[in-house]
Design a protein around this ligand. Structure first.
Ligand code: SAM
Length: 221
């Protein structure tokens, strides 16, 4: 089925005119620098962009920059005074991202913090809260990222988690895969959290069979 999923994704991408030269250049630069092709797909990037615009987001937090492909999509959704704070542990990924963000003309809207996200997140506490948080880094730490997201998000904010299906492996109760276990705990923590209303959607496409979760931070009475 992968050929059909990819074929339909390619059709959607072309019909909806989702790609442009800056985005494609970022992907080419990532490949040239030897980064893993773990970016969101063009259609997923456009989805994040639309979500940010629907929410009129001004402050976005991204955990897991890679080469900045999703960061470009998010930054483009923001008003002139908007900001994406993006966290990346790998210095080579961060270097490539900085170059891609500058080439795409969004560098002034992005603050890239280099280092393990769990070191950077406490430094964001006490600052302006975030409207949208995109969690897309090391999955074993997803439960910890969720705890930080709850501290850093405003009421009404959205928290999006990527790769929550993993080819269906996330349904495996006895999986010993640390990423699967991290995603399962992340989902179950969201389900049990009264401050959140969450859902998860499976997706197929150029990235295979995967999915994303989306939660809204409830406005508590
Ligand atoms: N969001 C990116 C996109 O769609 O273009 C893809 C991010 S990629 C799936 C995950 C990134 O998280 C990698 O660049 C990896 O180096 C980074 N990462 C892994 N562990 C991390 C950690 N503990 N702190 C910060 N970044 C981390």
């Amino acid at each position: 089925m992968q050929a059909e999923w990819s074929g339909l994704d390619r059709y959607y991408t072309a019909a909806l005119q989702v790609e442009d030269s800056a985005l494609n250049s970022a992907l080419s630069a990532n490949a040239a620098a030897g980064l893993p092709a773990q970016d969101v797909s063009p259609l997923q990037g456009r989805f994040l962009h639309i979500l940010a615009r629907l929410m009129r987001a001004r402050r976005v937090l991204e955990i897991g920059t890679l080469g900045g492909y999703s960061t470009i999509w998010l930054a483009r959704a923001l008003p002139a005074d908007g900001r994406v704070v993006t966290l990346e542990a790998n210095p080579a990924h961060a270097d490539t991202a900085r170059a891609n963000l500058a080439a795409a003309g969004v560098a002034e809207k992005v603050e890239l913090r280099e280092g393990p996200a769990l070191d950077s997140l406490p430094l964001l506490a006490g600052g302006e809260p975030f409207d949208l948080i995109f969690i897309d880094a090391d999955k074993p730490n997803n439960p910890a990222y969720l705890e930080w997201a709850l501290k850093l998000a405003r009421p009404g904010a959205a928290i999006v988690g990527d790769n929550v299906a993993r080819g269906g492996a996330v349904a495996n109760v006895v999986s010993q895969d640390p990423s699967v276990r991290g995603v399962r705990r992340f989902l179950e923590d969201m389900g049990a959290e009264p401050r959140l209303t969450a859902t998860a959607l499976q997706t197929v496409g150029v990235k295979g069979w995967d999915g994303f979760s989306i939660a809204i931070v409830n406005e508590m009475a």
